[in-house]
Ligand binder design. Structure first.
Ligand SMILES: Cc1cc2nc3c(=O)[nH]c(=O)nc-3n(C[C@H](O)[C@H](O)[C@H](O)COP(=O)(O)O)c2cc1C
Length: 258
C-alpha cells in the first residue's frame, strides 16, 4: 500500500484542512492509501539562523535541535508528499516557510526522486497561483516528481457554486497526483532539469573540495560522472545538450574568476 503524507501549514483546521480531507477521499476512491496528516503547528521547528553549516559541513551540525529530522523522516518514508498551506500575505504561511528553510540543504543534495508531490493552497481572494508555482518549483528542487497543484478560493460563507468549483479543482489535482504516485519509473528529465543538474554539479566539482558536504555527497552518489541524478536513458539530443550544459557551467565559473 502506498503511503502519502500531507504537511499542513495552517495553524487552523479550516479551509486547507477541509480541502485536504476531500483530496484524501478522492485518492482513497482510486486505491488503498495510508494517508497521514502532519500539522506543522504540532511540531517544534526553530527558525533558520543562516549559519550555512547544513550546506557546508552537513545537516547534522545544525545548531537547532528540534523536530526537523522527524519531519524529514516522514517524507523519506512516504511514496507521496503534499504541501498544503493557506495564502498569508501573498505567500506560504510562516510555518510552511520555516519547514522549507530548514530543509534547504536538500535543494543542494536532492533525494526524493522516487516520490510523487503536489500542492494545495487555500486563499481568500488573490495570490494563490504564484504560491502554487513557487511550491512546485521547490518540490522539483527537492527531487520530487511534481504533479500540478491547485489553489482554492475559500471564502466563508461559501455558496454551493463556489464549493462545486473547489471540489472540481481538488478532484483534478487528486487524479494528477494519483497518476504520479502510481508511475513505476522516474521520468527522463526535461532540458531544464538536465541543465540544473549539470550546471550545479559543474559548480560543485570546480569550486568546492572534500571539505564540503555537497562535494562529498555528489562524489559518493557518482554524480560527477553520471548523466543525471538517477539512471535514465537520455537519448542523443539530451546527451549532447548535457555536454553543452557542462560547457556552459565551466564557462560561468571562468567568468566568475575573471
Ligand atoms: C494573516 C493572514 C494573511 C492572509 N493573507 C491573504 C492574502 O494575501 N491573500 C489572500 O487571498 N488571502 C489571504 N488570507 C486569507 C486566507 O488565505 C484564507 O482565509 C485561507 O482560506 C485560510 O486557510 P485556513 O482556513 O486553512 O487557515 C490571509 C489570512 C490571514 C490569517
Amino acid at each position: 500500500m502506498k503511503k502519502v503524507t500531507v504537511f499542513i501549514g495552517s495553524p487552523q483546521k479550516r479551509a486547507t484542512y477541509q480541502a485536504v480531507q476531500e483530496f484524501e477521499k478522492n485518492l482513497k476512491s482510486y486505491t488503498e492509501i495510508d494517508f497521514e496528516y502532519v500539522f506543522l503547528s504540532d511540531y517544534h521547528l526553530g527558525t533558520c539562523k543562516g549559519c550555512m553549516v547544513c550546506f557546508t559541513k552537513g545537516e547534522e551540525f545544525c545548531p537547532l535541535k528540534d523536530d526537523r529530522d522527524l519531519l524529514l523522516e516522514k517524507m523519506i518514508h512516504s511514496d507521496g508528499v503534499i504541501f498544503a498551506t493557506p495564502n498569508y500575505a501573498f505567500h506560504v504561511t510562516a510555518l510552511m516557510k520555516c519547514l522549507l528553510d530548514r530543509m534547504s540543504f536538500v535543494l543542494h543534495r536532492p533525494l526524493f526522486f522516487d516520490k510523487a508531490f503536489t500542492v494545495i493552497v487555500a486563499q481568500g481572494i488573490f495570490g494563490g497561483a504564484s504560491i502554487v508555482k513557487y511550491l512546485e518549483f521547490v518540490g522539483r528542487g527537492l527531487g520530487f516528481q511534481v504533479a500540478k497543484g491547485c489553489y482554492l478560493t475559500a471564502l466563508e460563507p461559501r455558496t454551493a457554486f463556489e464549493q462545486e468549483k473547489i471540489s472540481r479543482k481538488i478532484k483534478k489535482t487528486s487524479l494528477r497526483f494519483y497518476r504520479e504516485l502510481m508511475c513505476p519509473t522516474a521520468p527522463i528529465p526535461s532540458f531544464f532539469k538536465l541543465m540544473m543538474f549539470r550546471m550545479s554539479r559543474t559548480s560543485i566539482m570546480k569550486t568546492l573540495d572534500e571539505e564540503y558536504r555537497d562535494y562529498c555527497y555528489y562524489r559518493e552518489k557518482g554524480w560527477f560522472e553520471s548523466d543525471y541524478y538517477y539512471h535514465t536513458s537520455l537519448g542523443i539530443t539530451k546527451k549532447l545538450a548535457g555536454r553543452f550544459f557542462d560547457f556552459l557551467g565551466e564557462r560561468m565559473i571562468r567568468l566568475r574568476r575573471g
